[in-house]
Design a protein around this ligand. Structure first.
Ligand code: GLU
Length: 493
């Protein structure tokens, strides 16, 4: 690494919620900055007036903060090279358009959408790659005046020169593009708004970006951008194009594969640490076959070359599995704080619940949680008015052998107080003797009656959380099940 401080950037367009693929780009840039002691610049590319929404920008900043991918310069931060929203930099772009016009490196193009579409289909029908063929390149001043008089507003197109465009990609090595294959591209639209490739070059240059790290879908844009660097006489930055996240069918991860936005995962109860860890694994950026890594370790071991050339397949099950490890390793008080919003979302008033009971509840269900949102179903399980008896539990509870166990337990409890947590084994031993069964045949009916399920948190903890009254209510409900079960067409699971 040379002695200058590396400057990287994440440049999202706030036209939707933050996609995990973009979050991964942000993460790679953040890692690069942290690993090499550089700066991360956040630039909002909000020139697409129709699709840009302030709410998307707000959510984007919030999601980045939630992921702890803090930026050094950008919105909400000071910085010497702002403003950091493209919509606030329009004058700068305009001055460069004027310069390119003066140098005769661009020309106005009056083609309408329909004309361009016709050209496209005609090229395609001749098995040629669609590109702008330069119809307006050699218009005379008189032609232009005539078109303007018709009310046409021009776009500005860059005059592409033939020849090779070459660059050394930090991930993919030597890259080559043929200038001939690239048609004269638009740099400013007819409404005066700069096109992405034009604005991005000016911004990356004036923001002092040393390394551009982005997805491989931008490779051909890099060729275009290099032409602009040359036209402006700017030294280009280094480029690194990482692979994209793919769905299981190896196409670019999109909504049809399932959840794709950071917000969706957050709402499902994925922890930010787990998501980052997973995104790091996807890129193969942690070595030695390790799965769970702290952010410090990921920063330490980060290298662009490990970010991978081939597409990384997104596997939500693996993310959920990794998330469960993070949940199981979380300190009890921190986990509780993270679960409270999910308990509320499930309709329970956390403030009205006993603090000690909540502590025990979280401790009991923690090993069973895969996501924070899973807490909702455990809270429902523990609420007498919400518990649902699943199909497996119901069919088990219809067996006479199981019902005998439930009857015996009910009787024991009617005679005795519900034992303290530590005397639970004693109660089960007594129950086993009374009912004449042991092992699964003893525990399963009790579990099914108390939780409505055939697996779940440890039974002794469930006993303690429910308390005697609720336990007895559930045992009675289980015994009442036989008559109603066969009549019930909609059996909950
Ligand atoms: N706004 C562009 C995008 O979101 C940025 C691409 C780039 O990093 O240059 O795709």
């Amino acid at each position: 690494m040379n002695s200058i401080v590396p400057r990287v950037r994440f440049a999202p367009s706030p036209t939707g919620e933050l996609h995990v693929g973009n979050a991964r780009t942000a993460f790679f840039n953040w890692l690069y900055a942290r690993h090499y002691g550089g700066k991360l610049i956040l630039r909002i590319e909000d020139t697409d007036q129709e699709r840009t929404k302030k709410a998307f920008e707000d959510n984007l900043l919030e999601d980045l903060k939630w992921l702890s991918l803090e930026w050094d310069e950008g919105p909400e931060k000071n910085g010497a090279v702002g403003p950091y929203r493209q919509s606030e930099r329009l004058e700068l772009y305009d001055s460069f358009l004027k310069k390119l016009i003066k140098d005769e490196k661009v020309y106005p193009c009056y083609c309408t959408e329909e004309e361009l579409e016709l050209e496209r289909t005609s090229l395609l029908s001749r098995k040629m790659a669609p590109r702008y063929m330069g119809k307006c390149r050699n218009l005379t001043e008189a032609d232009r005046r005539k078109l303007e008089a018709q009310g046409r507003r021009p776009t500005f197109r860059f005059k592409v020169q033939p020849g090779l465009i070459e660059f050394q990609d930090l991930i993919r090595g030597a890259m080559k593009f043929e200038g001939e294959a690239i048609g004269d591209f638009i740099i400013v639209r007819s409404n005066g708004i700069p096109a992405y490739n034009f604005a991005v070059v000016i911004d990356d240059y004036f923001m002092g970006i040393s390394t551009v790290i982005r997805g491989e879908d931008h490779l051909s844009n890099t060729a275009i951008q290099l032409m602009l660097y040359k036209a402006f006489g700017f030294t280009p930055p280094e480029f690194a194009h990482h692979s994209l996240i793919l769905g299981k069918d190896r196409t670019k991860l999109s909504k049809r594969h399932g959840s794709v936005s950071v917000r969706e995962f957050r709402e499902k109860g994925i922890l930010p640490e787990a998501l980052l860890n997973y995104l790091a694994l996807l890129g193969g950026s942690i070595g030695e076959g390790r799965e769970m890594c702290s952010l410090e370790e990921i920063v330490e071991s980060f290298s662009l070359s490990r970010a991978g050339k081939s597409g990384a397949i997104f596997d939500e099950d693996k993310l959920t599995w990794l998330n469960s490890l993070y949940i199981h390793n979380e300190a009890p008080d921190r986990l509780r704080a993270k679960l409270f919003p999910f308990i509320r979302k499930a309709g329970f008033n956390v403030d009205q619940l006993d603090a000690e009971w909540l502590e025990k509840m979280v401790d009991a269900v923690k090993p069973n949680l895969e996501t924070l949102a899973d807490i909702g179903s455990y809270m429902a399980m523990l609420a007498d008015e919400q518990i649902r008896i699943g199909a497996d539990a119901a069919s088990l509870l219809r067996e006479e052998e199981a019902r005998a166990v439930i009857r015996a337990l009910l009787q024991l409890l009617e005679n005795d107080a519900l034992p303290a947590e530590d005397s639970y084994p004693q109660l089960m031993t007594t129950l086993g003797k009374t009912a004449g069964v042991k092992g699964k045949k003893l525990f399963m009916p009790v579990r099914a009656a108390l939780t409505g399920a055939t697996h779940g948190p440890e039974l002794d903890k469930i006993f303690a959380l429910l308390g005697k009254k609720s336990v007895m209510k559930r045992l009675k409900k289980a015994l009442a099940l036989e008559e109603s079960f066969s009549a019930s067409a909609t059996d909950p699971d």
